[in-house]
Structure formats: structure tokens, C-alpha cells
Design a protein around this ligand. Structure first.
Ligand SMILES: Nc1ncnc2c1ncn2[C@@H]1O[C@H](COP(=O)(O)OP(=O)(O)O)[C@@H](O)[C@H]1O
Ligand SMILES: [Mg+2]
Length: 230
């Protein structure tokens, strides 16, 4: 399964979400790869520090992106794609390959406007790819007492993309872990609130798939054992 974090804007949390999602899936026992298509290489450098067992590939052309994604999908349970800030060729290629597209936005009017473009590109990918990927808007850097946060949350359902019920709060832990090359779930007490947000969001987006794949994996092991016993 391929999951892509994309948006027309930079600084909205694509790499933060991609990195945390890759480690979250790895920690559930899956074979995970990260495909970084952003020139800044934020998530690939971050993952190499945070969890070297996750395979990392970078791609800077649509052609490289396509062949890297095909290789990785064949060899892993999950491939997480991190898109550049923009909805040009590389992002479009990733979205056409994806099963699930996550579009983070932060509470700013510019981010809200960016959703119109994201929705159009999502429809384009779905038109080419028989209805895939599913798209979800994720509200990131939310502040409880911020009026724009509240407006974005209230207005989000009208933006034309399904909105994840769970939001990610604006928390210092995300900035600290990026600097220290780790993730909030491995950051002790300082990461607890942030880790709870990520867990709730990822379970909402992928809980069903993760539980099904875990069951299938156990079944395979049991079948293998039964064969050896016979
Ligand atoms: N929920 C959050 N709370 C606080 N800071 C965040 C949060 N999400 C992201 N950030 C910070 O915002 C900046 C941009 O995030 P990043 O994931 O690199 O965005 P993108 O990949 O979309 O450009 C980084 O400094 C990151 O640490
Ligand atoms: Mg990034």
C-alpha cells in the first residue's frame, strides 16, 4: 500500500507526518519504505537518523519516482511518499501511484486556499487511476484558542476533501524531534501529548488496514508452522 503526504504549500507538515507515519508502521512490525521526492530531503535524512531499518529512497524526476515506487511497493507492506511543496509533476506522479493521499494544512488562510488546488489534483489522479487514491485533509498545528484554527475546523468540510476527525495540535515536541532526529513516540514524557495525537490520527486513517494486514501476517505464520509440523 502506498500513502502519500502532499500539498501545494511548504511548511504545512508533510515531512513531519510522513516520517512519523513511516516509524509508526515500522513499530507495528511492517516492512516500510520511505520515498522522498522533495529536494530538501527533510524526511529521508530524518528517517535515516530515527529508524535506519526503514528503507529510504529519493527521487527527483517523475521517471525515477515511478520506478522507485514500483520497486518499493513490490518489496514492502507500506510505502510512504513525501511530496515536495507544490502540485507539479512529482506530486502528481506520487498521487497517481498512491492508495491514500494525506493533505496536511495548518491554520492559515493561505493553507485553506491551497486545498482548492489539492482537490483538483486529487480528482485528476482519481480520474486516471480508477478512483484511487482516497484523499484526507489533516488539520495540523492546531491551537485551541486560535480563532483561525476554529474557522478552519468548522469550514474544512466545505473544502471538497474529506477531513480527518482527529487533528494534530501545535506542539513544541514536533520541532524538537525534527532537530534531534527522532519521533514523538520515542521522545519520552516530552512527546506524550504529540504521540497521542499521531496515534489517534493514524488509527483513524489506517487502523482497519493495519489490523487486517496484521491478521493476514499471523495467518501466514500459522500456515507456515502447520506445513512444517506435517
Ligand atoms: N504539529 C506541529 N506542531 C509544531 N510544529 C510543527 C508541527 N508540524 C510541523 N511542525 C514544524 O513546522 C515546520 C514545517 O514542517 P514540515 O513537516 O517540514 O513541513 P513540509 O514538509 O510540509 O514543508 C517544521 O519546523 C516542523 O517541525
Ligand atoms: Mg517537507
Amino acid at each position: 500500500m502506498m500513502i502519500v503526504c502532499a500539498n501545494s504549500k511548504g511548511g504545512v507538515g508533510k515531512s513531519t507526518l510522513a516520517t512519523h507515519l513511516a516509524v509508526w508502521l515500522h513499530d507495528r512490525g511492517f516492512q516500510v519504505a520511505l520515498l522522498d521526492t522533495d529536494k530538501q530531503r527533510s524526511s529521508s535524512v530524518w528517517i535515516e537518523q530515527a529508524e535506519p531499518k526503514i528503507e529510504v529512497r529519493v527521487a527527483d524526476t517523475p521517471e525515477n519516482c515511478l520506478s522507485a515506487a514500483r520497486d518499493l511497493i513490490a518489496a514492502h507492506d507500506f510505502v510512504v511518499g513525501d511530496a515536495p511543496g507544490g502540485l507539479e509533476d512529482l506530486s502528481r506522479t506520487l498521487l497517481i501511484l498512491a492508495d491514500l493521499a494525506i493533505f496536511p494544512i495548518s491554520p492559515s488562510i493561505l493553507d485553506v486556499r491551497s486545498v482548492v488546488g489539492a482537490t483538483a489534483v486529487l480528482r485528476y489522479a482519481q480520474g486516471i487511476n480508477g478512483g484511487r487514491p482516497e484523499g484526507r485533509l489533516v488539520l495540523n498545528k492546531m491551537k485551541t484558542r486560535d480563532t483561525i484554527s476554529q474557522e478552519v475546523r468548522d469550514g474544512a468540510p466545505e473544502l471538497g476533501l474529506q477531513v480527518a476527525r482527529h487533528v494534530i495540535r501545535d506542539l513544541q515536541a514536533y520541532r524538537d524531534v525534527a532537530q534531534q532526529g527522532t519521533v514523538v513516540s520515542r521522545f519520552g514524557r516530552k512527546g506524550l501529548s504529540a504521540a497521542a495525537d499521531m496515534e489517534a490520527l493514524f488509527m483513524e486513517l489506517l487502523g482497519e488496514v493495519v489490523n487486517r494486514k496484521t491478521k493476514e501476517g499471523r495467518q501466514k505464520v500459522a500456515n507456515g508452522r502447520a506445513k512444517i509440523d506435517r
